[in-house]
Ligand binder design. Structure first.
Ligand code: FE
Ligand code: FE
Ligand code: ZN
Length: 289
């Protein structure tokens, strides 16, 4: 009972898989089976860049299901593959590939009728975050140069492992403010990543105030709700199941129920338990006050 009332006012879901032959239609059914009203998916395998045309994704049937269950397309999240690196200054062919892949990815997201594309800013490969951030700005300018869609690139807050750019709000603010079409760049805040980056996740008021001062809260378009296997500042990025990590259920619930985060879709990316998705149980747990 409590759950149903709560979910009416909250956009919550998880990462779901996109599989042949029904692609987006089966992904949507998977999300619904978790009691979710939104979800996140990769347009193909997250670890590679092979993509089939979205015309095969069963868009029409999916949109009918969206209508039936009042799913809001504006809250659906697409995650770009994490192997592309827009911060790469070492190998320009890899940087060029990231740019052209992202141009195509934005077209796919737009064709599907979605708006939110989450992107890991990339790795500076040991050259320092200043060089990395500048390269990301250069890359995003190229990606958006000839693009007039309304897709928002949501840069994800990163844990800071292995030269990751985007470990601090300041780095993300730098990138956003230097991109020409800065209105197209937003942020995805991952609770596990900011914990591992050194932020005290439990102090949500400080987190949101800092975010607002440094980036602007209106830029926060996606939340990744994950517990962490590691203590604050570990720079590790190992997700834990809800309530089973160092962040804890009570703290994560602050992000689910905070009035300033009401419009922001909340996506779980916690690990499978015994090869099964834990999302139905974890969504229930999070919504229980
Ligand atoms: Fe991510
Ligand atoms: Fe994430
Ligand atoms: Zn992560």
């Amino acid at each position: 009972m409590e759950n149903k009332e709560a979910i009416n006012n909250i956009y919550i879901g998880s990462h779901v898989s996109l599989n042949a032959p029904d692609y987006l239609l089966s992904a949507t059914k998977e999300a619904l089976s978790f009691g979710a009203n939104t979800f996140m998916f990769y347009t193909g395998a997250p670890q590679n860049t092979i993509r089939i045309p979205v015309s095969r994704f069963k868009i029409k049937e999916t949109k009918e299901l969206f209508k039936k269950y009042s799913i809001n397309s504006d809250k659906i999240v697409v995650h770009a593959p994490y192997i592309i690196n827009l911060a790469n200054t070492v190998d320009s062919s890899k940087f060029d590939f990231a740019v052209s892949f992202l141009r195509q990815e934005i077209k796919r997201v737009s064709e599907l009728g979605f708006k939110l594309l989450v992107l890991h800013p990339g790795s500076h490969l040991g050259l320092g975050s200043e060089i990395g951030c500048k390269r990301v700005v250069e890359g995003l300018d190229l990606v958006l140069e000839d693009d007039d869609s309304n897709v928002l690139i949501c840069l994800e807050t990163m844990a800071g492992k292995g030269g990751e750019v985007g470990r601090t709000f300041e780095e993300l603010a730098y990138i956003i403010s230097h991109v020409k079409k800065s209105e197209r760049i937003c942020v995805c805040l991952d609770t596990c990543h900011i914990n591992d980056a050194g932020y005290n996740v439990d102090d949500i008021e400080t987190i949101l105030n800092d975010f607002d001062k440094i980036i602007g809260l209106e830029k926060l378009k996606v939340l990744h709700i994950n517990d962490s296997q590691n203590p604050i500042g570990a720079h590790k990025d190992r997700h834990a199941n809800i309530g089973k990590g160092t962040i804890g259920l009570k703290t994560l619930q602050k992000y689910i129920f905070h009035p300033k985060l009401k419009e922001v879709p909340k996506i779980l990316e916690t690990p499978y338990i015994d090869s099964k998705p834990p999302y139905k149980e974890e969504i229930e747990l999070l919504l229980k006050s």
